[in-house]
Design a protein around this ligand. Structure first.
Ligand code: SAM
Length: 248
């Protein structure tokens, strides 16, 4: 999978590509990561990339010409790539979107804005999708692009130690992940649930399903509105109600 980030602050992105799971993906040749300095595409002798907004007002706006040249140059290297603009006004990024982009396996070109944003005319022909990482405004798109790349990269087969691990992650199938434990078996008089030490895979699977349901009910009940309960989940909830009734 090819990731290309167009930015005015390449150092931020370059150091991100040099660490952890992204670096491992690059070393395994599962990921190709490139950072492009938009300033390299400005054509005047001052390397201008921004200008005052028409109509007045505060701040500066990123100019369309250097950005267009940077996008076209990135597209030349990876013509199938999808161009994604980082903007607080975009569609909200989610785990579902991460899976969608990871499974498409086309290259992704991220545009990181700065200042007051980018000249509107970049949207009309050069951008395939606008993405936001939440309803707040940051000073630049770099952090947003790193958030998105990080969450997509870990879904690419072979990047994580075990491909299984991301299958049970929170938000997969609109549920939160079950409770996790590791050594010691007892911590401050709190014991790891016996079933997790039993070695019985089916019982462990069911316990995890129940734990995942409980946590979703308690922490993110809104997720149930997206997808109803499966047959197996309904059975678990019924048992749960019976257990609660027996306590009353
Ligand atoms: N004036 C713009 C507005 O109100 O919509 C915000 C510009 S912001 C200060 C500068 C850049 O940061 C944006 O062009 C975008 O690339 C990035 N950015 C800020 N918040 C973001 C968010 N929540 N998600 C994605 N990108 C964001």
């Amino acid at each position: 999978m090819d990731f290309t980030v167009l930015t005015l602050f390449p150092e931020l992105i370059q150091s991100f590509f040099k660490h952890g799971m992204i670096l491992r993906g690059i070393e395994k040749k599962l990921i190709d990561a490139t950072c492009v300095n938009i300033r390299d595409f400005s054509t005047d002798r001052h390397n201008t990339v921004d200008d005052r907004p028409y109509g007045g007002g505060s701040g500066m706006v990123m100019k369309v010409e250097p950005l267009k040249a940077a996008i076209l140059s990135a597209k030349k290297k990876a013509p199938e790539s999808q161009v994604i603009l980082m903007t607080p006004q975009g569609n909200r990024f989610s785990q579902k979107k991460a899976w969608e982009l990871a499974s498409k396996n086309t290259g992704l070109i991220f545009i990181c804005g700065r200042y007051e944003g980018i000249d509107e005319r970049i949207y009309t022909t050069l951008v395939d999708e606008e993405l936001s990482i939440g309803d707040y405004v940051m000073t630049g798109g770099e952090l947003a692009s790193m958030v998105i790349i990080d969450s997509i990269a870990r879904l690419i087969p072979g990047v994580l130690g075990s491909d299984e691990s991301c299958r049970s992650d929170s938000f997969t199938d609109d549920r939160l992940e079950y409770a996790q434990y590791t050594r010691p078996e007892v911590f401050e008089r709190q014991k790891v649930p016996d079933v997790l030490l039993s070695g019985n895979h089916e019982k462990i699977r069911l316990w995890r399903k129940k734990s995942s349901l409980e946590r979703t009910f308690l922490k993110r009940p809104d997720l149930f509105k997206k997808t109803g309960l499966s047959k197996e989940e309904k059975k678990i909830v019924l048992q749960w109600c019976q257990e609660l009734e027996s306590l009353c």
